[in-house]
Structures are given as structure tokens and as C-alpha cells.
Design a protein around this ligand. Structure first.
Ligand code: DPX
Ligand code: MG
Length: 561
């Protein structure tokens, strides 16, 4: 078979495990899209706009390990950049692929459409460099294979997005055939001496400690080290706490799971245990103003080990390149049982109060929605929560074995959840995708529900209609937190048009919600959106406490220069 630049790229995407790529057409990428279509192992999935295309690839990467978004130059690429930067923040290898102007138009006096009517055709590449770990512009079929391989391998190694721009007249140009993909997938090994030094330091520290605790962060998945974290936990026998952004990365049904560590808004026992511990092993953690509740909850000091994706640091010392998975499994083989924190956790833990069902005709509340969604979760469920009170609604739920949880906590862009759920569901056909999304967030990217309808994906969306930006109300209120109400359930009918099987329902009390859920469970031919109508001030107490602390952190006056 003869390869072209586009079919070479398709082969590489397929070799690294992708079965789909997301796309929005435009004249600069049409030939490229044709070339990608020649690969029968790789399905082309369309989105309504490029921001959503980026987020769909991001959601896909969460379940399949990597994702790709194909867009047109400038008008498309610039729109996708928000999602790509989000993938950077969230440690997800999303490959942004953009068509670009003809090579013959460069270095001429031609002005090209979809540009700023200047002769600069490099700005998209320059912008992409800021939000990716590798950015290449392909203008030669001879160099294309090396450039494509470079971008993809960097993205996989660093778990960050990469950018590949392909001139429209190069996409179908013949090029070399792809070789084996092993090199693209190879992980950076630890430096053996650095690994030994890190292990010696940490085992030395642990020898003098009685009360170690593990704190799991969201980079654990990026490092591919979830299994190894369980190995270390079981070797130590200690309590394991999990940051909100890493919910489900350590199984919640594991006997050592000691709750979500998120300061005053997480599980109370988790915070007490971390504060009580004499040594905290932070694994792939990200501490920011949100995750530390306005800098009020963050382990620090000489007894904190930071085991990051490629580094281990302890008491001001950094040991050089150490792969997290290797570090955790080696450490697991060297440590002795230290189970004091688990014993203490067992003493202080309190089972969450079981909510009983209210009168079925009582006005719907947030608590009742959470109660009903909780009862839907099974080993096959992935719960996706949008920025807003949905974070707190989801974080408090108990996940059965096998259930997964997705949150975009570092980037925190509203509008993420609809397209990310779409991308996730494309990648995880056998799982049951459930999304909880606020009304304000939904208004950013609602149209991607139409693609769920087009592909008959049985995603269930709980649209929390609290009539505004409630999380912002709690941080800092003003007229800008009010939004125009929509007929959210009615919207689905509009998206269905003549052939869709999506369902839109509206629940104003518990019994309507239960009926809507049963319709959603039966609807296998498209998404079901359930608009849950609740009061504007019906929000979680955690949101109020968290909002207060974040507002204090935001309001710190400038330091004198
Ligand atoms: C904003 C946020 O309705 O959720 O539960 O009512 O808060 P809640 P909604 O979806 O409203 C979301 C709203 C406006 N954040 O409260 S979290 C600021 C913001 C952001 N991302 C983007 N723009 C603005 N996070 C893209
Ligand atoms: Mg809202």
C-alpha cells in the first residue's frame, strides 16, 4: 500500500490505539479528512464546532488513553485551543490536527481567507506551542513522518496535548510507510540511580514513622500507575485518601479507602487522618486554590513525600527522573506494614446518613436528585460532573467497584461536560455514561447533544436547573449570575428533528424524576436529558463553605511592591 501524509497520520493514530477521531470540516482540511477516511480502522466522528471537537477528543482520551481533533485553519484551530489547553491542564494527550494554507501561498504576496488579512500564517502554530508539549507544521511529505512521530510520541510520553498542522496540498502527497509503533508508545524509564536514591530516602523516612497515609492525586492516571498505587497501599496497610480530582482512581470499595481529602468540604475523617498522620505520601497530586479550598488544606513540611509523574521530592531534595509506576511498585516491595492511620480511620469514620425518599409529590431538591442518581451507579457507570455545584453533588457519591468518575477540576471550564461526555461515550460503548450538568454550563455547548442523538448514544444528562450561576453566587454575587431560562427538555425535540431518538423530560418532584430515570434506562437509541428543576438557592453546604474560602483567597489585596 502506498502511503500519503494523511494516511500515514491515520495509521499512527490507529497504531497507538485510537478507533475514532473527531472532526469539523473546512476547506483547508478536506483532503486530509479524505485521507484519514481511507483507514478502515479509524472512524471519523463529527462535532458541531471546534471547541466541542477539542473537548470530545479530551473526553475520549480519558477513556481510551489519547484522542484526536481535526479542524480547519484559524477559524477552527483558535476555537479548539481552549479545549487543548484544558487537556494540558488535565494531563491528557489530545492531538490537535489542523489543515493549513497551501505551501505555494507562503512567502508570496497572496492574502489567504480564514486569516487576519496579514501575511503571517504562523500565528496558529505559535499559539499552539503555548498549550502543547510539541507543535509541528508539516509542509514537506519527506519530513512528515518524522514530524508526526515526534508530536505523537511526545504527547504520549508527557501525557500532554500535541499539535500537527498539515498544509492542504501536502495531505495527499505520497510519503514513507509507517514502521512499527513501539517507539511511539515507549515510556521514559527511570534513571536507575535516581530510583534507588528516592527509594532509599523514602524507606528511611518511613522507618521512623508510625502513621503514614497515602494521598492520591489526578496525575496518578496520567502516569498509568493506578495498579501500583494499590500495591503500595496494600503493602503499607495504611489509610488511603483521594483528592477530589482523582475520585475513582483508587477504588472506593477498597477496605483502605478513607475518603476524599478536600479540606472542610471533603470527607471529615479523611481530613482528620491526613492532619493526624506523621508522614503523607502525595502521589500525583495537584494543589491549587480550588483543590486546597483557598489554601486551607494542603499537606506540607519535611514529612511530605511528593511522588509525581516523573519525579520524587522529599524535604527539599529532588532525585531526578523517576517513573511513578516503578517507584510505587518498588517501594511496595520494600516497606513494612504501618496501619495506624487505617485503624484510626476505622475508629472515627461515620457512615453517611442514608437519605430516605421524600413524599413523591414534594418539590424536587438537589438532595433528592443526588439520592436517585446515587442509586443508578453500577460497576459499568461513568459519572461525569461539570464545574458548578455538580462537582459537590458528584464528589459526595459513593462509587461501587468498577464505577468511574470524571471531573475537569484543574481547567474548570464550563461547557466541558456535554462534549466530553459525548467523546467519552464514543470511546466507551459498553459503559453507561451519566452526566450532571448545571443550566449555565449547558448553555455553552448544548448543541453537542445533537451528535449524541446522531450516533444513538444512550448518555443520561441530569440538567440541574437552579436558574443561574449558583457557584458564582456563592463566590461573589451580582446581576451577571442570572441567566435566561431555556426549555431544556424541549430542546431535545428540536435536535431530534425528523430522525432522532433523544428524549427530553422535566422533573419537578421525586416521582417525576423516578419516572424520567426509568425512561432514560429504557432508551438505548439516544441520549435522555432530564431537566431537574430546583430552587435557585438550593445548593450543597459544601459549595457555600468552599465558595467562602475561595472568595477570601481571591480577595487578598495586592502585596506592596
Ligand atoms: C461559572 C460557573 O448553572 O452551575 O451549579 O448553578 O453553579 P451552578 P451552572 O452550570 O453555572 C456555572 C457557573 C460562570 N464559572 O456557576 S462555574 C466561570 C466560567 C468558567 N468557565 C468558562 N467561563 C466562565 N468556569 C468557560
Ligand atoms: Mg446553575
Amino acid at each position: 500500500m502506498t502511503y500519503t501524509v494523511g494516511s500515514y497520520l491515520a495509521a499512527r493514530l490507529s497504531q497507538i490505539g485510537m478507533k475514532h477521531h473527531f472532526a469539523v470540516a473546512g476547506d483547508f482540511n478536506l483532503v486530509l479528512l479524505d485521507q484519514l477516511l481511507t483507514n478502515t480502522e479509524l472512524e471519523q466522528v463529527y462535532c458541531c464546532n471546534e471547541l466541542n471537537c477539542g473537548y470530545s477528543a479530551e473526553g475520549y482520551a480519558r477513556v481510551c488513553g489519547a484522542g484526536a481533533a481535526v479542524v480547519t485553519f484559524s477559524v477552527g484551530g483558535l476555537s479548539a485551543i481552549n479545549a487543548v489547553a484544558g487537556a494540558y491542564a488535565e494531563n491528557l494527550p489530545v492531538i490537535l490536527i489542523s489543515g493549513a494554507p497551501n505551501t505555494n501561498d507562503r512567502a508570496t504576496e497572496h492574502l489567504i481567507h480564514h486569516t487576519m488579512a496579514t501575511h503571517d500564517l504562523t500565528y496558529q502554530l505559535e499559539m499552539a506551542k503555548k498549550v502543547t508539549c510539541a507543535a509541528v507544521a508539516v509542509t514537506s511529505a519527506v519530513e512528515a513522518p518524522a514530524q508526526i512521530d515526534f508530536a505523537i510520541s511526545q504527547a504520549l510520553r508527557e501525557r500532554k496535548p500535541a499539535y500537527i498542522e498539515i498544509a492542504c496540498n501536502i495531505a495527499a502527497a505520497p510519503c514513507a510507510a509507517p514502521g512499527p509503533a513501539h517507539g511511539l508508545l515507549a515510556k521514559e524509564p527511570s534513571d536507575p540511580e535516581a530510583l534507588q536514591a528516592a527509594l532509599a530516602a523514602v524507606t528511611g523516612l518511613l522507618r521512623g514513622k508510625q502513621k503514614p497515609v497515602l494521598l492520591i492525586g489526578s496525575k496518578l492516571r496520567a502516569a498509568g500507575a493506578e495498579k501500583q498505587a494499590v500495591e503500595l497501599a496494600e503493602a503499607l496497610g495504611c489509610a488511603v485518601t483521594v483528592m477530589a480530582a482523582a475520585k475513582s482512581f483508587f477504588p472506593e470499595n477498597h477496605p483502605q479507602f478513607a475518603g476524599i481529602y478536600w479540606g472542610e468540604v471533603g470527607s471529615p475523617a479523611a481530613r482528620q487522618i491526613v492532619d493526624w498522620a506523621d508522614c503523607v505520601i502525595c502521589i500525583g497530586t495537584i494543589f491549587n486554590d480550588y483543590s486546597t479550598v483557598g489554601w486551607t488544606a494542603m499537606p506540607s513540611g519535611a514529612d511530605v513525600v511528593t511522588a509525581d509523574v516523573n519525579r520524587v521530592t522529599l524535604d527539599g531534595g529532588d532525585f531526578g527522573p523517576v517513573r511513578l509506576s516503578e517507584f510505587l511498585s518498588s517501594l511496595a516491595r520494600m516497606v513494612q506494614k504501618r496501619d495506624a492511620t487505617l485503624i484510626e480511620y476505622e475508629r472515627i469514620r461515620r457512615e453517611p446518613e442514608r437519605q430516605s425518599a421524600p413524599r413523591s409529590d414534594a418539590k424536587l431538591t438537589r438532595i433528592e436528585v443526588v439520592r436517585q442518581v446515587q442509586s443508578l451507579l453500577t460497576k459499568d457507570t461513568t459519572l461525569i460532573v461539570e464545574t458548578g455545584d455538580a462537582w459537590f453533588n458528584g464528589i459526595g457519591m459513593k462509587l461501587p467497584a468498577g464505577a468511574r468518575f470524571e471531573i475537569e477540576m484543574q481547567w474548570g471550564s464550563i461547557g466541558w461536560a456535554v462534549p466530553a461526555s459525548f467523546g467519552y461515550a464514543v470511546g466507551a460503548a459498553s459503559r453507561r455514561t451519566i452526566a450532571m450538568i448545571g443550566d449555565g454550563s449547558f448553555q455553552l455547548t448544548a448543541q453537542e447533544v445533537a451528535q449524541m442523538i446522531r450516533r444513538k448514544l444512550p448518555v443520561t444528562i441530569f440538567l440541574m436547573n437552579n436558574h443561574g450561576y449558583t457557584i458564582e453566587v456563592e463566590i461573589h454575587d451580582g446581576p451577571y449570575n442570572d441567566i435566561k431560562n431555556w426549555d431544556y427538555a424541549g430542546l431535545i425535540q428540536a435536535f431530534n428533528a425528523e430522525d432522532g431518538r433523544g428524549k427530553g423530560l422535566r422533573a419537578t418532584n421525586g416521582s417525576e424524576l423516578a419516572q424520567a430515570i426509568s425512561v432514560a434506562q429504557d432508551n438505548r437509541e439516544g441520549p435522555t436529558l432530564i431537566e431537574c428543576v430546583i430552587d435557585r438557592d438550593d445548593c450543597s453546604p459544601e459549595l457555600i463553605s468552599w465558595g467562602r474560602q475561595v472568595a477570601i483567597a481571591n480577595a487578598r489585596p495586592p502585596r506592596p511592591q
